[in-house]
Design a protein around this ligand. Structure first.
Ligand code: AMP
Ligand code: MN
Ligand code: MN
Length: 321
């Protein structure tokens, strides 16, 4: 696949900022890190900065992760801001830095992203932003640390090459990356599978309290702020719960939410493809992909379930026709 490279958009740039979405996941953290290292090699004279909320601790396997800036109160204006794995709405407090930049580039793979930069490279058929980024890089500049970051990013968004977003091209890239010889097995174990004791406990609790509805085709569970306080966990510790719920036999759509404020919940949805959860999430101001999407909702837990199931039921009904 011959693609235009990212360098063609950066001519003359003396300062570049790279950022990603709030509550950054593996693809987001790794894409930011990979592009940062790449730009430092490609444009050694330019000033390159990364802006991102503090990543989960397990990403300390990536060299240079401490260079991420998680304070956004700067009045700097960059020549270029590259937003990764999201549109401008999900940049959080980095949004003002993005808006001030002279040139805004948006690189993403979310189907719900209509493009929020001056230049938009949005390819929904890509497994991950990391995969897309790899094709935008000059191969001779990719080193072991960049390869490692791209590999972990792809692995996270494909559920370790398991989800249907994994294409032959995804695996071709993964094969090229493995040639760098890093210890992919421990990296995936440490960043993707391994959980702390409390993370495992709260996952167990959420699964135990899950409820099926709509003829057992949907499943839902919730973690309250009180539960999070009890187990001493934060939002970053809840990753993987919704996937576990989606793994229940017979379930077409899984919903997981956790309380973020008074009558406010962060909602994650997963589906086997029968329901387009991105469409459901977009209705409530969020977005994502057909099989994985999210949004933030206001209201009681039960009101939110009602509103979501209304949308899900409409889709399942259409599908039955
Ligand atoms: P999550 O369940 O939060 O892990 O998100 C699943 C997928 O939906 C990921 O690809 C997210 O990037 C995306 N997503 C989650 N929340 C939102 C949102 N509020 N707006 C747009 N995309 C989202
Ligand atoms: Mn992401
Ligand atoms: Mn992604």
């Amino acid at each position: 696949m011959k693609m235009k490279k990212i360098s063609s958009e950066l001519q003359g740039a003396k300062s570049i900022a790279v950022g990603g979405h709030v509550r950054p996941d593996g693809d987001c953290v790794c894409s930011v890190m990979a592009l940062y290292r790449y730009l430092k090699k490609e444009l050694p004279q330019a000033e390159i900065d990364m802006y991102l909320e503090e990543p989960p601790a397990t990403f300390h396997v990536l060299e240079g992760i401490e260079e991420i800036k998680s304070e956004f109160n700067t009045d700097k204006s960059y020549d270029v801001f590259i937003a990764l794995d999201c549109n401008d709405e999900r940049l959080g407090d980095a949004l003002s830095i993005f808006r001030r930049a002279r040139k805004r580039i948006n690189i993403d793979h979310h189907i719900s992203n209509t493009g929020s930069g001056d230049i938009n490279i949005v390819e929904p058929e890509r497994s991950s932003t990391a995969e897309l980024l790899y094709d935008l890089m000059e191969p001779e500049l990719v080193d072991t640390e960049i390869a490692k970051a791209i590999y972990i990013g792809i692995a996270h968004d494909t559920g370790v090459f398991r989800y249907s977003n994994t294409s032959p091209h995804t695996l071709q890239i993964a094969a090229e990356l493995l040639k760098f010889g890093f210890d992919f097995s421990s990296l995936i174990e440490e960043t993707f599978f391994e959980k702390t004791y409390v993370q495992t406990q709260i996952m167990g609790r959420a699964i135990l309290e899950s409820v099926r509805f709509m003829d057992d085709r949907c499943i839902v569970s919730m973690v309250s702020r009180r539960m999070m306080e009890f187990y001493q966990v934060g939002p970053k510790d809840l990753d993987g719960i919704v996937n576990q719920l989606q793994g229940v036999r017979g379930v077409d759509c899984a919903i997981f939410m956790y309380e973020t404020g008074t009558l406010e919940y962060k909602v994650s949805m997963r589906s086997n493809g029968l329901v387009d959860v991105s469409k459901v999430a977009v209705k409530f101001g969020g977005g994502g992909h057909v099989r994985a999407a999210g949004c933030t909702m206001n209201g009681t837990y039960h009101d939110n379930i009602n509103n979501l199931s209304h949308e899900i039921a409409a889709q399942l009904k259409k599908e039955q026709k």
